[in-house]
Design a protein around this ligand. Structure first.
Ligand SMILES: Nc1ncnc2c1ncn2[C@@H]1O[C@H](COP(=O)(O)OP(=O)(O)OP(=O)(O)O)[C@@H](O)[C@H]1O
Ligand SMILES: [Mg+2]
Length: 303
């Protein structure tokens, strides 16, 4: 169908309803709902002086229906999974606290002070566990709209490392920094990136903790359109089976882990349009690479 500029005026309100400015130059795809049908209209301008347009209409009603069914099913599935994880993570400590307090209540007159203190301490430890989970859940919704800035990666890492040095020394884990001469500029949210690296370094330190020669290396280099930051460790590594579960909420091998660390890391990296990759062999350490996009020339000089 070809519409002349005269009857284009009668048709354009239909496009405004679709939420897209169909008067723009160039091709535009406009979703339109008419009665119970869902149409996708492709608008292709022709003959610029006359202002004509070719409209290609596709009926995508059935496709949309199927998509929304699949989306709803997926969401319900995931929500159920997440709710049962939270129930389990909070339910266990709450049960322990309840048992401890009940025993204490029944024996208040018989227990001596050190025993009472022991029960109180145990309950407080369980409260800390719940607090840790709540903090991780809060982190999940942090940086929904990241504040993307130009970051000179060697400066960023240089400022970040002193903040974690003491903790590594306390845990007797060697931490090495190996940055390329020119690590380049990345586009990333500095606070989100800080959070990401903290999580990865904590995982790496946990993985080497029981090794006498435990070592973690953080390195950065330009790689194509990315600035790659690698966190390497020589710890226990991750079995092939566990690698499939790394990004599943609540997957953890640690007594006090939430299993949300990597889920949050991946979400933050994706929000920054970056990439994340994990390689590991059991007992041979692990390498986690996160790569925010490299800043282009204009971004580098702040234009
Ligand atoms: N560098 C690593 N070496 C060995 N295993 C790792 C490494 N990083 C992650 N893992 C495995 O992946 C699991 C999930 O990691 P994730 O950071 O999501 O949660 P967590 O560390 O268990 O808990 P949290 O981050 O809340 O402390 C860990 O429990 C561990 O089994
Ligand atoms: Mg972790």
């Amino acid at each position: 169908m070809i519409f002349s500029p005269t009857n284009w005026g009668q048709i354009s309100p239909l496009f405004a309803e679709g939420g897209t400015d169909a008067e723009e130059e160039g091709e535009a795809y406009v979703p339109v709902r008419t009665h119970d049908r869902h149409l996708l209209v492709q608008v292709v301008p022709i003959g610029r002086e006359q202002g004509g347009r070719i409209l290609l209409l596709s009926d995508v009603t059935e496709v949309r229906k199927m998509e929304s069914v699949v989306e709803a099913a997926n969401l319900t599935d995931k929500l159920g999974y997440v709710f049962s994880g939270i129930r389990h993570e909070i339910g266990n400590p709450v049960n322990s606290i309840k048992v401890a307090l009940n025993v204490l209540r029944k024996n208040l007159d018989h227990y001596d002070r050190p025993t009472i203190a022991e029960f109180v301490d145990r309950s407080l430890m369980e409260v800390t566990r719940i607090e840790y989970l709540l903090k991780a859940l809060k982190n999940y919704s942090l940086f929904e709209s990241p504040d993307i800035q130009r970051i000179r990666m060697d400066d960023f890492i240089g400022n970040f490392i002193p903040l974690v040095r003491d903790e590594f020394e306390r845990r007797r884990v060697e931490l090495r920094v190996m940055c390329a001469d020119d690590t380049g500029w990345a586009m990333a949210d500095p606070r989100a990136l800080h959070h990401v690296l903290l999580n990865l370094l904590t995982n790496a330190a946990d993985a080497v903790e029981d090794r006498p020669d435990g070592k973690v290396i953080i390195s950065a280099m330009k790689s194509g359109p990315w600035v790659e930051i690698k966190v390497d460790d020589n710890g226990r590594g991750i079995s092939e089976a566990d690698q499939k579960n790394l990004f599943r909420p609540f997957f953890t091998s640690k007594q006090h882990g939430t299993g949300l660390g990597l889920v949050i890391v991946r979400k933050m990296v994706r929000k920054m349009d970056g990439r994340i990759n994990v390689t590991s062999y059991e007992n041979c350490g692990a390498t986690v690479t996160v790569a925010p996009p490299e800043a282009d020339g204009d971004e580098r000089i702040g234009r």
